[in-house]
Write a protein that binds this ligand. Structure first.
Ligand SMILES: Cc1cc2nc3c(=O)[nH]c(=O)nc-3n(C[C@H](O)[C@H](O)[C@H](O)COP(=O)(O)OP(=O)(O)OC[C@H]3O[C@@H](n4cnc5c(N)ncnc54)[C@H](O)[C@@H]3O)c2cc1C
Length: 462
């Protein structure tokens, strides 16, 4: 850290309502860590903000001392974009409030809230908005990149239900973006990531869902090829209320899983049916019988937040992860066989791959209505090499790259920005298709100096 930065710290501490953390502090190591231990960066200063004014103060400090900034919401980003080396982290992890208006069916979440914070608050009113599939993920990063999960086929992506956002812009000013206020900015933040400012709060539309018929089903690899082929045809024709996330996993070696399945590679589908609960048994009967009974069937009625936090333990914070992703439309025969081959080659442990569904309601939005350009595809395919042991990093990276290389030719191009590591500008462009140039022009209006560049960056273009 330069002497000048140290000189300014006392003043920063005085002017911030929140908390300033530096390398000299005991909580520095905990505060600098993101979810993915694969990316370990050491910022000079962490400004744990309590509101928009703190954020603007932190910008000012970064300008004075020429520090690069990173913004932390839930800290889940695969590429570790919530932290930067030697710069300033604007840490919103103390801003997790969620306020629900049950009558208007809306909820406002602060910029550091997680989906578990959000769902716990809205479920008190029997209401939800579509988030992701893991409760500890941040509302902010997930939404700014698009956001898909258990309810995407029924109610669309997270961005499709965003009504407005409060944002601190690069010049320190504070604006609200919505369909009627700064509509260009509102368009850009619905998929364009953290490129345009620091969002201090998000207002979402809510829907009445409380009990869902949901949970995981697991099949052995001897029927996996048939299940995968069937899934690719069945889900797109199923009612919107049914969502399935298909993942090849290794069964965790411990309770509550039956010992006979521990460490076995299997095909899992995490189901979520959010339609009339009395129709669920009939809907699931053919799924339960088509390939013989699944090896494990934990699907049944449950409160939505139970589903939302059910898979949190499968993804413990602090493991090493290497991600790659694609958008996928069809599952041709050759690609099905390749996927089965890669499943057999998968390192045992937390490494996994599979599909999130993005058809149904998520696909009935025009490709240029938001920056999320792949509305015409059915699935996001994701490959996640994961291990608690850094010695295995090489093996998980090799498997992830090999799998993606083999399957990418069968994809629609582009990749979900929230599932990408550092893959370069061409890949970001491919992801936004024709929307990229519009994003670059809006970036030039709101962040001409590219202050927000620790992200899947869109360079400003006048
Ligand atoms: C275990 C796990 C499960 C996941 N499941 C899903 C899923 O089901 N669906 C899905 O769509 N994605 C999922 N993701 C991906 C997830 O959407 C991204 O990791 C996302 O970036 C997480 O947001 P965050 O706020 O937690 O992350 P952070 O790392 O805090 O931030 C991510 C990016 O957003 C920016 N940012 C964060 N907060 C703000 C803010 N308030 N204002 C402006 N910019 C901000 C950051 O600068 C950074 O560039 C998952 C990730 C993990 C690790």
């Amino acid at each position: 850290m330069s002497v000048r930065v140290e000189d300014g710290l006392a003043a920063l501490r005085r002017s911030l309502s929140g908390h300033v953390i530096t390398r000299a502090d005991d909580d520095y190591d905990r505060a600098r860590r993101g979810f993915n231990a694969f990316v370990a960066r050491r910022p000079a200063v962490i400004a744990r903000c309590l509101g928009a004014e703190d954020v603007a103060t932190a910008f000012e400090f970064s300008r004075t001392y020429e520090l690069e900034i990173a913004v932390r919401g839930g800290g889940h980003n695969p590429a570790g974009h919530c932290v930067c080396d030697d710069g300033l982290v604007i840490d919103l992890s103390a801003m997790r409030g969620v306020e629900v208006d049950g009558e208007a069916r809306t909820a406002r979440a602060e910029g550091g809230a997680t989906w578990l914070d959000f769902d716990s608050a809205t479920q008190a009113f029997g209401l939800v908005t579509p988030g992701g599939v893991v409760g500890s993920t941040g509302v902010a990063g997930l939404t700014l990149g698009g956001g898909m999960g258990h309810l995407s086929r029924h109610y669309g992506l997270a961005i499709d239900n965003l009504l407005e956002a409060d944002i601190v812009l690069a010049d320190g000013s504070f604006v609200t973006a919505s369909e009627t206020q700064h509509p260009d900015l509102f368009w850009a933040i619905r998929g364009g990531g953290g490129n345009f400012g620091v969002v201090t709060s998000f207002l979402f539309r809510l829907f009445p869902v409380s009990t869902v018929y949901a949970g995981p089903m697991l099949w052995h690899m001897d029927v996996a090829e048939d299940v995968l082929r069937w899934f690719g045809e069945f889900l797109p024709s199923a009612p919107d209320e049914l969502n399935g996330t298909l993942i090849f996993i290794s069964v965790p070696p411990g309770p509550p899983f039956p010992e006979a399945l521990w460490n076995q590679t299997m095909l899992s589908i995490a189901w979520c049916y959010s339609g009339p609960i009395e129709q669920a048994d009939d809907l699931f009967l053919p799924i339960r019988t088509r390939f013989g009974p699944p090896a494990l069937d934990w699907v049944g009625p449950m409160p939505y937040p139970v589903l939302q936090s059910m898979f949190d333990a499968v993804f413990p914070a602090g493991i090493q992860m290497y991600w790659k992703a694609d958008f996928v439309n069809e599952l041709p025969e050759e690609s099905i066989k390749l996927r089965i081959q890669q499943a057999h080659r998968k390192p045992v442990g937390s490494t996994m791959f599979g599909f999130h569904a993005i058809d149904g309601a998520a696909s009935r939005v025009a490709g240029d209505a938001t920056p999320w350009a792949y509305r015409d595809t059915r699935f996001v395919e994701v490959f996640v090499g994961a291990t608690p042991d850094p010695a295995e990093n090489e093996a998980i990276i090799r498997w992830t790259r090999e799998s993606w290389d083999a399957l990418h030719p069968f994809s629609a191009g582009g990749g979900y920005v929230n599932f990408m590591m550092e893959e370069g500008n061409e890949r970001i462009r491919a992801t936004y298709r024709d929307n990229y140039d519009r994003l670059a022009r809006i970036k030039a209006i709101y962040d001409p100096g590219n202050l927000f560049r620790v992200n899947q960056n869109i360079a400003p273009k006048a």
